[in-house]
Design a protein around this ligand. Structure first.
Ligand SMILES: [Zn+2]
Length: 143
């Protein structure tokens, strides 16, 4: 019951489950990063010589914003104080820095210093992947 996430306002958000990130997600992260790097390269090599500094800067900013939105879309953060999962709006995600911590078993995880909306504590909120609703399609052929 406590997992019902409403305040992100997206359609189709009911009970969302969150799981830890695995290697596949890191590859996905790298893929999105590659898209962002591509945008930056286009901006620097094509837009900058023709249009100058400001359009280049805006394009890079737009690319970065898109990248952050893509990342945030599939992610949530777990409060280390109350262990509830919450999502952050893109602007907050955009302006907050991400850090990497190490698990006891030697693997790594990402976290951000965020203020939890549930308990109002500022904690090292750990990044988790949202178990996609598309993974469990409703109204399949068997229904
Ligand atoms: Zn909390």
């Amino acid at each position: 019951m406590g997992d019902v996430l409403r305040w992100c306002g997206a359609k189709g958000v009911g009970v969302a489950r969150y799981v830890d990130r695995d290697r596949h997600d890191w590859l996905g992260t790298v893929g999105k990063l590659a898209v962002f790097v591509g945008i930056v390269l286009v901006a620097l090599l094509v837009v900058y010589p023709e249009r100058g500094f400001l359009p280049t800067f805006l394009l890079i900013l737009a690319g970065l914003w898109t990248y952050v939105s893509l990342m945030a879309h599939h992610s949530g953060y777990v409060c280390t104080s109350c262990h509830k999962v919450f999502r952050v709006p893109t602007p907050v995600n955009f302006f907050s820095t991400s850090s990497v911590g190490k698990n006891a078993d030697g693997t790594y995880y990402s976290y951000k210093l965020l203020t939890c909306p549930h308990c109002a504590q500022r904690t090292k909120a750990r990044l988790v992947k949202r178990a996609a609703a598309t993974a469990t399609p409703r109204g399949g052929p068997r229904s």
